[in-house]
Design a protein around this ligand. Structure first.
Ligand SMILES: [Zn+2]
Length: 305
């Protein structure tokens, strides 16, 4: 069955048409309207119409959508800091415009669903899709399907508090998080977290890209920052194992592009995991940038919304 997926981001709204085997047929990106809700819904409707016309299927084409943020499972309202639609039922507003209700999901869940079906998590029973980019979040699938969740949320693991012993052993302060709490993992292991670790150690502003590039060519100071990041990120992997015990963790987001990121994380994870617990397979994502739209398309074809 051909299908469409729409990945809604803070800067662009990306529509992808997928073939029967979920390969991308065509992509169209338009800028995300920043301030007006009506313009935002218009932009979504425009992308849906493009997909419907391109596919020759009209309204019979299954189309799903993914957003960065929480979606209330009962009211349908979205909570997101990057879109002019926070607090609104995006699917209902779009339905008024296009005449049908499309499924809407969290982008981390879309990522996990995409990688569990024909991606890096194919063949594993319990797959966590972990995105480490601007923010940190995850999705969870079992046997290729998303698990039901009380709040309909993704795994908001970026906002788990970092253990005190980790801060003490790395001589790090508690950093404030955008969620209103302090010491969330996201502040240490996201892209901005890596930059913050670098600035703390080097005592000057430094970009995450510079840390990775300089570590790659053998700069000892930058390598130490990257190892510190990996040690803290492995504590996050431990939290995932202790709470969900997946047999596969797939990595996405900008930091999954760090050279040899899997072995970089596996080494410290080996030393922090409990007792004889086996290591999950850690894999980098196969579908990368298309994951949001691809996962949303999978959900739409299954009509499990
Ligand atoms: Zn937080």
């Amino acid at each position: 069955m051909i299908s469409g997926g729409i990945d809604i981001g803070g800067t662009k709204i990306e529509a992808r048409l997928f073939s029967d085997n979920l390969a991308t047929v065509e992509v169209r990106r338009i800028p995300t309207p920043k301030t007006r809700l009506a313009e935002f819904i218009d932009a979504l409707a425009e992308q849906v119409r493009w997909l419907e016309q391109l596919s020759d299927q009209g309204q019979a084409l299954p189309v799903g959508m993914a957003i960065p943020g929480l979606i209330d499972a009962h009211t349908g309202r979205a909570f997101t800091s990057n879109l002019p639609a926070s607090g609104h039922d995006i699917a209902a507003l779009l339905q008024e415009r296009i005449g049908r209700r499309l499924p809407l999901m969290n982008d981390c869940q879309a990522f996990a669903l995409s990688e569990a079906n024909g991606g890096a998590g194919q063949g594993f029973r319990t797959v966590v899709g972990l995105i480490m980019g601007t923010g940190v979040g995850a999705g969870l699938t079992c046997d290729g399907r998303l698990t039901p969740r009380f709040n309909g949320s993704a795994l908001e693991i970026g906002h788990i508090g970092i253990p005190a012993h980790v801060l003490v052993s790395h001589s790090l302060p508690l950093w404030d998080c955008g969620c209103g709490k302090r010491g969330c993992f996201e502040q240490y292991v996201s892209g901005t977290g890596l930059a913050a670790l670098g600035a703390h150690r080097l005592q000057r502003p430094v970009a995450a890209e510079e840390i990775v590039a300089s570590a790659q060519v053998g700069d000892a100071e930058h390598q130490q920052v990257l190892w510190q990041w990996a040690e803290i990120a492995s504590e996050l992997l431990l939290n995932i194992q202790l709470t969900h015990d997946p047999d596969c963790i797939t990595l996405g987001g900008g930091l999954s592009g760090i050279p040899d990121v899997v072995s970089l994380l596996e080494k410290p994870f080996q030393s922090v995991k409990l007792g004889e617990m086996r290591m999950p397979a850690i894999r980098t994502a196969i579908h990368g940038d298309s994951s949001g739209a691809r996962g949303a398309a999978i959900m739409a074809t299954r009509q499990t919304f």
